[in-house]
Ligand binder design. Structure first.
Ligand SMILES: N[C@@H](CCC(=O)N[C@@H](CS)C(=O)NCC(=O)O)C(=O)O
Length: 222
């Protein structure tokens, strides 16, 4: 049994749920999902840090290690690679697979730090949070990433030339909800068409909406 520690409104965590649904694995049958509210400190407890000193979700525990041991993996895109190994979602020769990884590194370095962080600030911090001063710079850098994606998709259906796969899943995670961080996608027609193609894939599962009981928080951009 695979155990996933994840926070459902997190794009990084949703990546795993998306791929597992495509692979036909269902929570409670092939894996269990332990909801871990990373926005309210659940990844910073001593027990969690003992498993993942980096204090973040997602984290997986696989109880079928080579010596019958339980092993742990962190970092969403590394987990995607492991789960997708031997499937059409991480296909191709060495060059093609490295191209897939290239887009996944792009996602982590040039996309997620701006688009996901802007969404977090807008949706999870109080209206008077000093972090809101970061938004203009985050949006500038996030738009640069979106422009790169739109250019690539203008002549291709998917990020990997082997077809829909883990690069698309990694980039879908925070692109589809970029509006929650104040990004207007209307200037990116190729991205919008691609989002529709991703959502039309068999087994597609939407991300859980963010809800927070704290009235000081809003889910709208500002
Ligand atoms: N590079 C990591 C990023 C993971 C990450 O930033 N997780 C956030 C939620 S999306 C988290 O756990 N934050 C809690 C914290 O930093 O305390 C990945 O792709 O898995």
């Amino acid at each position: 049994m695979l155990t996933i520690h994840g926070y459902s409104p997190s794009g990084n965590c949703h990546k795993l749920r998306m791929l597992l649904a495509h692979l036909g694995r269902r929570p409670g049958v092939d894996y269990r999902w332990i909801e871990t509210d990373s926005a309210h400190g659940a990844t910073r407890t001593p027990a969690y840090l003992a498993k993942n000193p980096n204090g973040r979700v997602p984290m997986i525990e696989d109880d079928a290690g080579p010596a019958g041991d339980t092993r742990i993996m962190v970092e969403s895109n590394a987990i995607l690679c492991w789960l997708a190994e031997g499937t059409p979602y991480f296909a191709g020769d060495a060059w093609q697979r490295a191209q897939t990884l290239s887009w996944m590194f792009f996602e982590q370095y040039s996309h997620e730090p701006y688009i996901a962080v802007a969404r977090f600030i807008c949706g999870w911090t109080p209206l008077d949070s000093p972090r809101r001063a970061e938004l203009p710079k985050l949006r500038e850098r996030g738009h640069q990433a979106l422009a790169v994606m739109d250019k690539h998709l203008a002549s291709r259906d998917w990020f990997s030339d082997t077809g829909y796969g883990i690069a698309d899943i990694a980039l879908y995670a925070y692109t589809h909800c970029a509006g929650e961080g104040g990004f207007d996608l209307s200037a990116y027609p190729s991205i919008r068409s691609w989002l529709g193609r991703v959502e039309a894939q068999p087994g597609f599962v939407p991300m859980a909406p963010h809800s927070d009981e704290n009235p000081a928080l809003i889910a709208r951009p500002s």
